[in-house]
Structure formats: C-alpha cells, structure tokens
Design a protein around this ligand. Structure first.
Ligand code: NAP
Ligand code: GLV
Length: 323
C-alpha cells in the first residue's frame, strides 16, 4: 500500500516533482500560499505516515495526536525546528528531519544585506529618491556609518554565524563572537575573538544574531542586553524573532540606545502593520527571506523530500534532529 503523506505547501525542485509522480507515495499537498489553519492541519494529517512542513506550521502534540500512531516522520523544510515539538516526536518514535548546510551561505548573504542596508541607510535612501525628495547633494545627507573597519559581533557561532563572520574579512572588520560551547578551531580560522556575551554586545558596531531559538535563547536580546550596546550600533537578526524582545528593541531604537536594526525575522510573522518598527526610518524589516534564493530553496526541498523518504522507509534520516 502507498505511504500517505501531507505536504503543507507546494515545493520547488526535482525531489518534490518526483515524489508527486511516485506510485508508492500518496501525496496530499496543501494548495494555498497561506498555511493551513490549525483545524485544517489536524484534518489533513489524519492517518498520514509522513509530513513535510514549513516554519509556518506548528507541529505539537495535538497535531501528532490528530495524525495518529502510524506517523513515522516529520520533515521540516528549514534548519530551525523551533516550530516542532521535537522531544514529543522523539518520545513517540517519530523521526524529525531538517535542512542544515545548504542554506548557510544564502542566509549569511541576507545578514550582510541587512548590515549594509541598515548601516548605510540604503532603504531609506532609495525611498528618498522614489519619493521625489532628491534635490541636491549635501555633506551629511543620508550619512550612515562605515561598515569596513568596524567591529562585528556574532551571537551564536554556528554554521550561519561563521559564514557571516567569514564575509567580514573582506571588509577588514574585527570579529568578536559569543557561543555557548567552545568554537576555538573555527574562530582561529576566521580570525574571530571569543568574548563574553556582554562584551560582544558592548564592543561591537554591528551585532548579528545567529543562535537557534530555544527556551534558553528566547528573549536573549532583552532591555538589559540592548542597554549594553553602543549608541552607534546596529542589531541584525536573521535567526528567529522571539530571540529579541521586540518591545525593548522599539524602546532602544526610539531612545537612541542603539542606532539601527536590520530584521529578517520578527516576533510575530507577518509583522503586524501597526508595529512601531514599520514607522522607524532606521529599521529595515524583511519578510523572512534569509534562505530565499531559488537554488537554495530547491536544495532545501530536495533535502526535505530525502528525509521524508528515509523516514517512510524506516531508516535513519540523512539529516535528523533528536529531542
Ligand atoms: P547551527 O549551525 O546549528 O547553529 C546554531 C547556533 O545556535 C549555534 O551557535 C548553537 O550553539 C546555538 N544554540 C543552539 N541552542 C542554544 C542554546 N540553548 N543556547 C545558546 N545557543 C544555542 O544552525 P545555523 O544553520 O547556523 O542556523 C541558526 C539559526 O538561524 C536556525 O536555528 C534558524 O532559526 C535561523 N535561520 C534563519 C534563516 C532565515 O531565513 N532567516 C535561515 C536559516 C536559519 P552551539 O554551537 O553551542 O550548539
Ligand atoms: C529558516 O528560517 C530556517 O530555519 O531554515
């Protein structure tokens, strides 16, 4: 009998196209661009053997209950799995897969786009031109801060944090990092200096957040952390929104405690249109596009399908997460 699978969105790439035509797998694909509601999710997973989900889909005990005891594998098309109750899956013998590595460089590119955009006021300047405000050249018009020669602080020296640090070499930057476990070999290769969490914040001109979202990192960048940063500093978050206390960030930006922010992720996504962040010229917000190059999204989808297939076959996943 064919394995039943639910995929919460249409995916790019050959792996998914092959899955759709595979007689051994009965694939139900959520047809809309918006994620399924909780109710629809519960209905569509009923009786499936495998699930491919995105970061927009919360997979918790209630979804697993709705699916039933035959569910073998939950395959995320993402590296971050904070939307999945991995411990609950593991305790039920359900394999969980993710897609590390293939998105590292693409996401580091976006962190750098935000460093440059926020530091050099690129979005503000482009809007200035489009708004018909460009009348002359003047000495301090739209002047930002230098990126080259500045100090970059990386909070979370994992794959993406290191890729962000590597790019800083080309800008002649000093790189500081904080990581909960030692990364001395990687740091030596990148010429990065280890600091305490507090000192990374205090000494950096640009702070890039690259930790995973966990119970321990939720709210890591709170009012106290922001108060340690330089008033000229820029905060860049390409990890997960809830790592930053957004109300505290708004206050810090408004009070001039820090100078600017570049955010690919926000506490609530999509960012509500009444968010004060959207009224601040010194804030650049992107709609969680860190890994959004077509090539990378195809690789992620292929990996998600490979994890799914391995899980359906009862074997180890090429990339698994254990809770
Ligand atoms: P990674 O290589 O696994 O790195 C994870 C980092 O988080 C490591 O520095 C790790 O520290 C740290 N960490 C994990 N749990 C922690 C805890 N409890 N306390 C403190 N630090 C902790 O992952 P990655 O590929 O670099 O991705 C990092 C994150 O970026 C993902 O989890 C995801 O949320 C986000 N992301 C966002 C986008 C986007 O589109 N914006 C794209 C890809 C990824 P250790 O080295 O000590 O484990
Ligand atoms: C995207 O945010 C990911 O975790 O892959």
């Amino acid at each position: 009998m064919a394995h039943r699978v639910f995929v919460t969105r249409e995916l790019p790439g050959d792996g998914f196209a092959n899955l759709l035509t595979d007689a051994a797998v009965d694939v139900d694909v959520w047809p809309l661009d918006a994620p399924p509601s909780r109710e629809a999710f519960g209905e569509r997973v009923r009786g499936v053997d495998g699930l491919i989900c995105l970061i927009t889909d919360r997979v918790d005990a209630s979804v697993l209950d709705a699916a039933g005891p035959q569910l073998r594998v939950v395959s995320a098309m993402a590296v971050g799995v904070d939307n999945i109750d991995v411990a609950e899956c593991t305790s039920r013998g359900i394999a969980v897969g993710n897609t590390p590595g293939v998105l590292t460089e693409t996401t580091a590119d976006i962190a750098w786009a935000l460093i440059l955009a926020a530091g050099r006021r690129i979005v503000e300047a482009a809007e200035y031109v489009k708004g018909g405000e460009w009348r002359t050249w003047s000495p301090t018009q739209l002047a930002g801060v230098d990126v080259h020669g500045a100090t970059l602080g990386v909070v979370g020296f994992g794959a993406i944090g290191q890729a962000v640090a590597r790019r800083a070499q080309g800008f002649g930057m000093r790189v500081l990092y904080w990581n909960r476990t030692p990364k001395s070999v990687e740091a030596a290769e990148l010429g990065a200096e280890q600091r305490s969490f507090e000192d990374v914040l205090a000494e950096s001109d640009f702070v890039s957040i690259n930790v995973a979202l966990t119970d321990e990192t939720h709210g890591l960048i709170d009012a106290s952390a922001l108060s340690r940063m330089k008033s000229s500093a820029t905060l860049v978050n390409t990890a997960r929104g809830p790592i930053v206390d957004e109300a505290a960030l708004v206050d810090a930006l408004r009070d001039g405690q820090i100078a600017a922010a570049g955010l690919d992720v926000t506490a609530v996504e999509p960012l509500p249109m009444d968010s004060p962040l959207l009224t601040m010229p010194n804030v650049v917000v992107l709609p969680h596009i860190g890994s959004a190059s077509l090539a990378t999204r195809c690789k992620m989808a292929d990996m998600a399908v490979a994890n799914l297939r391995a899980g359906l076959a009862g074997g180890p996943l090429p990339n698994s997460v254990v809770g």
